[in-house]
Design a protein around this ligand. Structure first.
Ligand code: MG
Length: 387
């Protein structure tokens, strides 16, 4: 099913074009003034899961401070980085933006700690993976339209949201799982969002890590990318205040890696000359990439953040409490589904009738994964301390 090509003007032949889109699972009339990828983006912004991102932890729990990134502001930063590169490369900006805004919809409360806890709880029932859950949110869990479950997004948005996936899982996912079985690439917009995601968190976690007092600029000067731009700023503004120094450094780091990504990707596209998105999918490797030198710096910073921020004991302390909260909620709801709000209880009973205990567990995981941090705390209070 192809859409009219009106919104493809100005795009490169290797972009995801609406004229050659693989369409929606449930065919719909076209959207009038909006293109189909714009429509995907708009549906994502109107979804419940998107609004919940505002109270979901990225790295620092929401109540630790108002200035830390949340999943929502992270997703917006990813989108603006990726849109710049999409434009420069002649790719579909609305599709890129749609994938960015949806890429973390499946995240649990409490960041990766929450995902790990839920994955353990689901060990005997197919596991839990936030990336698959993002797809599940847009395909199944949003209940907003009269004629279908989910948001009925285009294939291209769904392809981009499903960043990685085991072969076993891919077999259950139909068209969108096929590339993991056939070992093919996704379209360029999806490739771009993966790297924009990494650029966004690498840089905002430097800023948040300093703000939280977990790392200092002196320590960050061990990292080549940071040191280079930090020294440039200091040479130009020797008396600059510390907060401004951090921002002037981080904005240069972002510009540096995004520029490198655009230039390296242009080189690869010029060498590979894909004539269509399908040739991009069949290409042997990824076409959106950093240069070798910049990739090394990017991974150096990523490693530093893992050791010094994500694995910092203060972040880890939060992790233990968060994991316990989610584990206890899951166990309580799994044991007695009537403890959940009635629509979730009904879904659990329906999925259990279809699929057995794995279905019951999946409905509980969907409910718990959908919670914001603060709602998870409230639910924990309600279930364990009813007075
Ligand atoms: Mg992300």
């Amino acid at each position: 099913m192809n859409f009219p090509p009106g919104h493809d003007q100005g795009l490169a032949p290797y972009a995801a074009l609406e004229a050659t889109s693989r369409g929606r699972r449930h065919p719909e009339d076209s959207a009038g003034y909006r293109g189909e990828f714009q429509r995907d983006r708009d549906r994502i912004i109107h979804s419940n899961a998107f609004r919940r991102l505002v109270y979901k932890t990225q790295v620092f729990v929401n109540h630790e401070g108002d200035l830390f990134r949340t999943r929502l502001t992270h997703s917006l930063e990813v989108a603006q980085i990726a849109r710049t590169a999409a434009r420069a490369l002649g790719l579909s900006e609305p599709l890129t933006e749609a994938i960015c805004l949806a890429h973390d919809l499946g995240h649990t409360p409490f960041g990766h700690a929450g995902q790990d806890a839920l994955n353990e709880c689901m060990r005997d029932h197919g596991g839990f993976e936030h990336n698959l859950q993002s797809l599940r949110v847009v395909d199944e869990l949003e209940e907003r339209y009269a004629q279908f479950q989910g948001l009925n997004l285009t294939f291209e948005s769904r392809e981009g949201i499903l960043k990685h996936c085991s072969v076993a899982k891919a077999r259950q996912l139909g068209d969108v799982g096929l590339r993991f079985i056939e070992r093919r690439q996704p379209g360029l917009e999806a490739q771009l969002v993966n790297l924009a995601d990494a650029i966004a968190y690498n840089n905002h976690d430097v800023d948040d890590g300093i703000r939280a007092g977990l790392v200092t600029t002196a320590e960050l000067n061990q990292v080549g990318l940071f040191r280079r731009h930090h020294d440039t700023v200091l040479a130009r503004y020797p008396d600059i205040q510390p907060r401004r120094l951090v921002h002037e450094t981080v904005r240069r780091m972002i510009n540096d890696v995004v520029t490198d990504l655009i230039e390296e990707t242009r080189r690869r596209l010029a060498a590979a000359t894909p004539a269509s998105v399908d040739e991009v999918r069949l290409h042997k490797g990824l076409l959106v990439a950093f240069s070798e030198e910049r990739a090394a710096e990017h991974y150096e910073l990523k490693r530093f953040l893992r050791l010094r921020v994500y694995e910092h004991e203060r972040v880890q302390e939060m992790r233990e409490g968060a994991m316990r909260t989610l584990r206890e909620l899951f166990e309580a709801f799994f044991k007695d589904v009537a403890l959940m709000p009635s629509e979730h209880r009904d879904t659990a009973l329906r999925l259990e009738a279809d699929l057995g205990p794995a279905g019951r567990a999946r409905a509980v995981a969907d409910y718990v994964a959908g919670m914001t941090d603060r709602y998870a705390f409230l639910e924990h209070e309600r279930v364990f301390r009813p007075d």
